[in-house]
Design a protein around this ligand. Structure first.
Ligand SMILES: Cc1cc2nc3c(=O)[nH]c(=O)nc-3n(C[C@H](O)[C@H](O)[C@H](O)COP(=O)(O)OP(=O)(O)OC[C@H]3O[C@@H](n4cnc5c(N)ncnc54)[C@H](O)[C@@H]3O)c2cc1C
Length: 404
């Protein structure tokens, strides 16, 4: 087991400064523009691919760090640059993680690199779980996967909602019900390869924040994929279904409440990055802005606000690092991943609101970035499990009871 340390090692520091430079030089100058355009920021993602940040190699190396800290450190720095563009760069990693989570080594080797493409030919991945009637309650997915014995293919039908990179991705990883009666335990994940007939983009959502990130419906209409696109393989699925039928409905876990426990620290770190951006900006502003003959930072009301903002951000980061380390070293047991996501999401919303308050009227205008950071922060109490769902996960882990 790797020692837990609050001191980033040389590799962490190098990655941190490399991404910070990218955030300062490439992201910050165009963050406002892409937020206003509400379009996928291709030039920024292509630049990230050219310098190696957007690549399968980076994602694979980061996920193998024995301390677990590379991803949170990278995410905080990237999302300090901009959250909408940050998610455009990190979004494909969700699909790759979905493949790595249930795929065989051969499937991971075949499909995960295709979620990123190459520096000259950038590709995207999308991870499609949520549906119009199944967000938190992923055990009630309606998208069906039916096996066609005659051709050895799987046939997928349904509509996915709120999908990051949905419909513009090259690789879609789709979670579907194989046996709806078994609910969460009757589901399987499938890779839908590029250019597969029947997969199309539905509506593209116009959002409150992270507007440079593409979010859309994915419609699956008689989508046929070869047998080897079932992640984990048919034998493993059949055995899982047989076990689930034997056990009946007793002790059934909702996958939404446990599967993402290991990826939550990275999502939480994104929220810490947004909060830190807003804190740093409002700190500088408070030192320069004067009212009643002194800088507003010298008014106790503002000074105390800054103190609380710094303390909350540090508290969130400590929870994130703890959870990241535990998740890499096999020690998650008390809902620590959810604690980090819950705390960081709520801190980001609160800190960015305080930042608007510190900037006063200027903070409320689009001329200054704090209102954008506030809009961006809000998603962190909603996606990858809402704040309420995180509390359920933590309460269940602590009590061992089915808290509802
Ligand atoms: C910008 C964006 C990007 C996204 N990207 C993806 C993606 O790439 N892939 C993907 O699969 N999904 C994605 N999602 C979907 C996201 O994960 C869901 O929106 C989220 O899980 C919440 O589901 P819902 O919207 O159906 O809300 P609901 O589940 O309907 O929840 C509504 C409210 O009820 C509360 N609630 C629900 N159940 C309970 C309960 N048991 N106890 C207490 N309170 C409860 C919730 O906390 C929430 O406040 C994205 C969403 C957004 C907005």
């Amino acid at each position: 087991m790797t020692e837990f340390s609050l001191r980033p090692n040389d590799d962490h520091l190098q990655i941190q400064s490399w991404i910070h430079e990218f955030a300062v030089d490439v992201m910050r100058p165009v963050a406002h523009e892409w937020d206003e355009r509400e379009e996928f920021p291709w030039p920024v993602v292509q630049e990230a691919a050219r310098n190696g940040l957007y690549s399968f190699d980076f994602a694979a190396n980061a996920s193998m760090d024995p301390t677990g800290l590379t991803y949170p450190i990278a995410a905080e720095e990237l999302f300090w640059g901009d959250a909408g563009m940050g998610l455009s760069i990190f979004g494909s990693g969700l699909a790759a993680t979905g493949i790595a989570g249930t795929g065989t080594p051969e499937q991971v080797a075949e499909w995960a690199p295709q979620c990123f493409g190459t520096a000259d030919d950038v590709k995207l991945g999308a991870f499609c779980v949520s549906e119009p009637d199944a967000g938190s309650d992923v055990s009630s997915l309606r998208t069906r996967a039916v096996y066609d014995q005659a051709t050895g293919e799987w046939v997928l039908n349904g509509t996915k909602a709120w999908i990051t990179n949905g419909g513009i991705a090259d690789i879609h990883v789709v979670v579907a019900a194989v046996d709806p009666e078994l609910r969460g335990r009757g589901q399987a994940s499938f890779v839908v390869p590029p250019g597969t007939k029947g997969l199309s983009m539905g509506q593209k959502y116009k959002k409150h924040g992270i507007r440079a990130s593409h979010t859309a419906e994915v419609v699956l209409d008689e989508v046929r994929v070869p047998g080897h696109c079932l992640l984990g393989g048919k034998e493993k699925l059949d055995a899982k279904l047989a076990r689930a039928r034997e056990a009946g409905h007793s002790g059934q876990k909702q996958p939404a409440m446990s599967t993402f426990e290991m990826t939550r620290p990275t999502v939480a770190a994104q929220a810490v990055g947004i909060a830190r951006a807003a804190f740093e900006y409002s700190l500088e502003y408070a030192k320069e802005r004067t009212t009643f003959g002194k800088s507003i930072a010298m008014h106790q009301a503002i000074g105390f606000k800054l103190a609380d903002m710094a303390m909350e951000i540090d508290a969130a980061r400590l929870l994130v690092w703890r959870a990241a380390w535990l998740s890499r070293n096999g020690g998650l047991s008390r809902g620590e991943g959810s604690m980090s996501k819950l705390k960081a999401g709520e801190v980001a919303v609160w800190v960015t609101e305080q930042a608007i308050q510190i900037l006063g009227g200027y903070g409320y205008t689009r001329e200054y970035p704090v209102e954008r950071w506030h809009r961006d922060a809000k998603i962190y109490t909603i996606f990858e499990g809402t704040s309420e769902i995180q509390r359920l996960v933590i309460a269940r882990a602590l009590t061992g009871l089915r808290v509802e």
